[in-house]
Structure formats: C-alpha cells, structure tokens
Design a protein around this ligand. Structure first.
Ligand SMILES: C[S@@+](CC[C@H](N)C(=O)[O-])C[C@H]1O[C@@H](n2cnc3c(N)ncnc32)[C@H](O)[C@@H]1O
Length: 387
C-alpha cells in the first residue's frame, strides 16, 4: 500500500493544478487511497477499434503504476462479463464497468459540498475507487454504495476491505436507491440515467443534494445537481457536461438492421430549417433529448455514399430521415410523433436566445414529472410526465 505514495501525491497535485481538487480533506483521500488496489486483475486500454487487456500481474510495476495514475478512465469490464485476465489478446466490446477518470470523480465529490458525518448513497460502485475516496472523507459507516453487477460488487467490496473499509456495498439496481439506509444527505450516481429516479429524491433529506448524469446518448448528456425541498420535490441545474455509461436497466439497444423498412412510410416531407449535423454537437444533442425523449440519433450512408442521418423513437414508432441535398437537407417524418418538428422548434428557439450553454438549463423533479427550462428563453421548457 505504501509503494505508490509518490504517484498518489503527484496525481493529487495534478488535480489541484487542474482546479478540480480543492478541499484539503479530499486531497488527503486522494493521497491515501491506492487506485491500483481497485484495478485488479487489470484494465482494457482503448486501441481505437479494439481493447487491449493489461493485467497487473503481467505488467512491469513502473509501467502498471503509470497506467493506474494516468488520470484517465480505465475500463475494467466489457460486455457485462469480460475482465482483462480472461482476454489473451485485443478484443472488441462495449465497456460495462470502469474506474472513472479521477478528475471527474473528484470533481463530482467536490460538487457534493460534503460536510463531516454526511451520509452518502452512491449508485454505480464500479471498482470502488470513488467509494473509497468518500469512505476516507466521511467514514465507512456513512457511505452506502449500490452496484448492479454482482461480480463487480464483490471485487469492489474485497478491494475496499483490503484497504480497511468495511462499507455497505450492496448488489442491486441503484435506480431503486437503497431505502433501508435512507435518509441520505447526498446521492451521487456514476452511471447515466434517462431521468432521475424519484426514489433518489425520496431517500434524500430535505436540504440534501442529488447529483447525477442525465441523458441517453453517448454525448449530449449533462451533470444535474438538485437540492431536495421540504415538499418532496427537488430543483436545481445542469452544472456542466458529463459522460457516463448508461444505467443497465435503462440502456437502450442501438437502432440497427433494415433502416429502409423502418422509414418506408413517411407522413410528411419538407426542407429542414437546420442541418441534422448540428445534433453531433453537445448542447444541441442535449436539447434534442429534452425535446424528443426516447429518440436516438443514427448515422448511415446511402448506396451512393451520400450521408444519411436519422432520429428514431422505437417506443413511439416514429422516425425522421434526413437526406443530403447539396448543402441543405430534406427531412421525411413518419409515425405519431413528428420528431424533427419538435427538435427543430427547440433548436431554433435556442439559437434565437443566443445559444446558451448547458449550464443555463434548470430542472425540477416531482413524483410525477421532470420539468426542464431555460430562464432567459420562455419558449424553452419541456415537461416529461411519468406515465
Ligand atoms: C463508470 S462505472 C462506476 C465508476 C466507479 N464509481 C469508480 O470510480 O470506479 C459505472 C458502474 O455503474 C454500474 N451500474 C450500471 N447500472 C447500474 C444500476 N442500475 N444500479 C447500480 N449500478 C449500476 C455498472 O455496472 C458500472 O460498474
């Protein structure tokens, strides 16, 4: 445990210099918690098209510590089961568990405005590294952490035990919170959710904070910080961009297969007022998810190589298909919801309001709805009712 002291101090100094690590108490945690303990048996490094397995046992110590303290997200599981020790060579797969980049983890813990003896519920234990930082900060009894994957939870629990924290590591669906240890002063989620589960608000004390990432696209997602009120509602703002793997129960299967069949029957066809390529940018993508929750953005090419873009909402059987026409785009829409009409209306109003950044968006959560709005643009408000 003592052999990575200099790497930990260096990482803490890097995080201080980045302006992310501010509180001396959290700095103490970063300098004390050995991240390598949480990366056993190894990690997958991103080689572009494939993931290269690197194990602690098979790597030179200095090289291993360089990876461990690289201030990067380190993927520890692919496709819901594969770990680095099981893969002899580079593999293709989708990350399903990781140790989030320490700058993000520390930034989020700072955003919790922790005070001694606060009780925290963490959703998405992963490796347990972020759990360990909070245990060091608050004491192990004040931290409850929920992980949906039993093997991931067991590994995290063992790592936490190994460095002296017998905390509450629970295997279960974090979307339900963990009512048995409620109320909490803080809820922090390190997986993204389509909407903040009301259970998190209900299990937080009035005056407490809920912090998590909202959205379902791989980009265009926001970190929301809500203050819980006496009346059981919660209100706050999107405090910045944030990107996390989706909570498992809410992960949506990507739309694939025969796109022609999906778009065979259009109800309307018109000139698009704006290029759909704007949805490849962060804030427009965030707005699109507010205006058309459930819609997914898909890129493809036509037989002649010309670009095609789509919005699909499989649940509501609706689509918008964009066909490039020189510099402009034609949109064909089908199904009960004219997806692009809704998205385009929001994007036009957003541009007219001076294209405010993501931190201009506010959110109010009640048991029955999520209401988003931007103060300076009265037409920019979206009500998502829980039906
Ligand atoms: C990005 S990792 C967590 C990183 C972790 N906090 C750390 O610092 O190492 C996200 C984790 O959330 C877990 N997860 C996904 N959906 C979940 C759910 N519904 N409830 C609890 N955990 C979930 C995944 O299995 C994964 O381990």
């Amino acid at each position: 445990m003592s052999d990575s002291v200099s790497e930990r101090r260096l990482m803490a100094a890097v995080l201080v210099n980045k302006g992310v690590l501010k509180s001396p108490r959290l700095r103490g945690a970063v300098e004390t918690v050995p991240r390598e303990q949480f990366l056993f048996p190894g990690v997958f490094l991103d080689d572009g098209r494939t993931w290269r397995p690197v194990t602690a046992a098979g790597t030179d110590r200095d090289e291993w510590l360089k990876i461990v303290y690289s201030v990067d997200t380190l993927t520890t599981q692919l496709d819901g089961h594969l770990t680095a020790d099981q893969a002899g060579e580079p593999v293709v797969g989708v990350p399903t568990s990781s140790s989030t980049d320490p700058a993000t983890v520390v930034g989020m813990i700072e955003a919790l405005d922790l005070a001694a003896a606060h009780r925290v519920l963490e959703i998405g234990t992963g490796t347990g590294y972020s759990t360990a930082l909070m245990c060091h900060y608050l004491g192990e009894d004040n931290v409850t952490t929920v992980e949906v994957d039993a093997r991931v939870a067991a590994r995290a629990d063992a790592a936490l035990e190994a460095i002296g924290f017998s905390t509450w590591t629970v295997t279960g669906d974090g979307l339900l919170g963990h009512p048995y240890r409620a109320p909490y002063d803080r809820v922090i989620a390190t997986c993204a959710v389509r909407r903040i589960p009301y259970a998190w608000v209900r299990q937080t004390r009035p005056g407490g904070i809920v912090l998590g990432t909202v959205g379902s696209w791989p980009w265009g997602t926001g970190l929301v910080k809500l203050a819980v009120r006496d009346d059981g509602t919660a209100e706050g703002a999107i405090v910045g961009r944030s990107s996390f793997m989706q909570a498992r129960a809410q992960a949506v299967a990507p739309v694939a297969g025969d796109l022609r069949a999906r778009t065979a029957h259009a109800d309307s066809k018109r000139h698009a007022l704006m290029s759909p390529l704007v949805l490849e940018e962060w804030m427009p993508a965030f707005l699109a998810q507010l205006a058309a929750p459930g819609a997914q953005f898909v890129r493809a090419t036509d037989g002649d190589g010309s670009p095609l873009r789509y919005l699909f909402d499989p649940e509501r059987e609706s689509f918008a298909e964009f066909l490039a026409d020189g510099e402009s785009w034609t949109v064909r829409q089908g199904g009960p919801v004219a997806l692009w009409d809704d998205v385009e209306r929001s994007l036009v109003a957003w541009q007219d309001a001076g294209a405010p950044e993501i931190d201009s968006v506010r959110l109010r959560v009640t048991p029955a709805s999520h209401r988003y709005w931007i103060d300076r643009a009265p037409s920019l408000r979206w009500e998502h009712r829980i039906t």
